[in-house]
Design a protein around this ligand. Structure first.
Ligand SMILES: [Zn+2]
Length: 219
């Protein structure tokens, strides 16, 4: 479980291509917030020699079925998808999940990353996000009757992204499970960030973070 906030686009593209090339022949899902982004990223992967399809609710159901089947049969390495993808897909050898944007809640995020490594073999997840995602997500829910509930869920997701402690334990505690030893596998366990300043987070002020931290530069 890795989290990469505020990575500029060109650097992000380079990182992601390297990540996928290191996993040649392995399947993964690339989750995006918008349909347009799934199409753009899929095109980007195909241009760089990675077989990819995009998937979102705007496609005809026959196309969606064809893409799902192709992914299950290892015909495509990467599916760039909105959250519409994954439900009912039984594929045990998905080796990685990348989130291109901040998910809207921990429930969805947990379900999505749970689609990797169902065969029990190691799998990787990377979450990319930037401040624009946080603004967009809050904008989506601003007219909802349950606005405050949704905003609180977004805020918890931001906390997860900004956290300096074990990611697995943050998720376990979110679901009310008892926390055990740190997992030793997530980015915070394997490369602990330096906490420069602790901040108290005012409710619903999503642009102020729990802590100001410095992460080790990844190569
Ligand atoms: Zn951990």
């Amino acid at each position: 479980m890795n989290v990469r906030p505020q990575v500029p686009k060109s650097k992000k593209e380079k990182e992601i291509l390297e990540f996928i090339h290191e996993r040649q022949g392995e399947a993964g899902i690339f989750y995006c917030l918008s349909r347009k982004e799934t199409e753009e990223w899929s095109q980007f992967f195909n241009q760089n020699g990675i077989t990819s399809k995009y998937y979102h609710a705007g496609l005809a159901s026959s196309d969606r079925e064809e893409i799902q089947d192709g992914f299950i049969r290892d015909q495509y390495a990467v599916i760039c998808a909105t959250i519409a993808f994954g439900m009912g897909i039984d594929k045990s050898n998905v080796r990685w999940i990348i989130h291109n944007n901040l998910p809207k809640n921990i429930e969805g995020y947990y379900q999505e990353i749970g689609r990797a490594g169902r065969d029990g073999l190691p799998a990787d997840t990377v979450l990319y996000y930037n401040y624009r995602d946080i603004i967009l997500l809050n904008d989506f829910v601003k007219d909802s009757d349950f606005k405050e509930v949704y905003q609180e869920k977004i805020r918890r997701m931001v906390h997860y992204g900004e956290a300096a402690s074990c990611r697995r334990n943050i998720i376990l505690s979110y679901f009310g499970e008892s926390i055990t030893e740190p997992c030793g596998n997530c980015d915070n366990c394997s490369q602990p960030p330096t906490v420069l300043m602790e901040q108290k987070l005012p409710r619903l002020r999503f642009l102020q973070f729990h802590a100001v931290i410095k992460r080790p530069e990844s190569t």
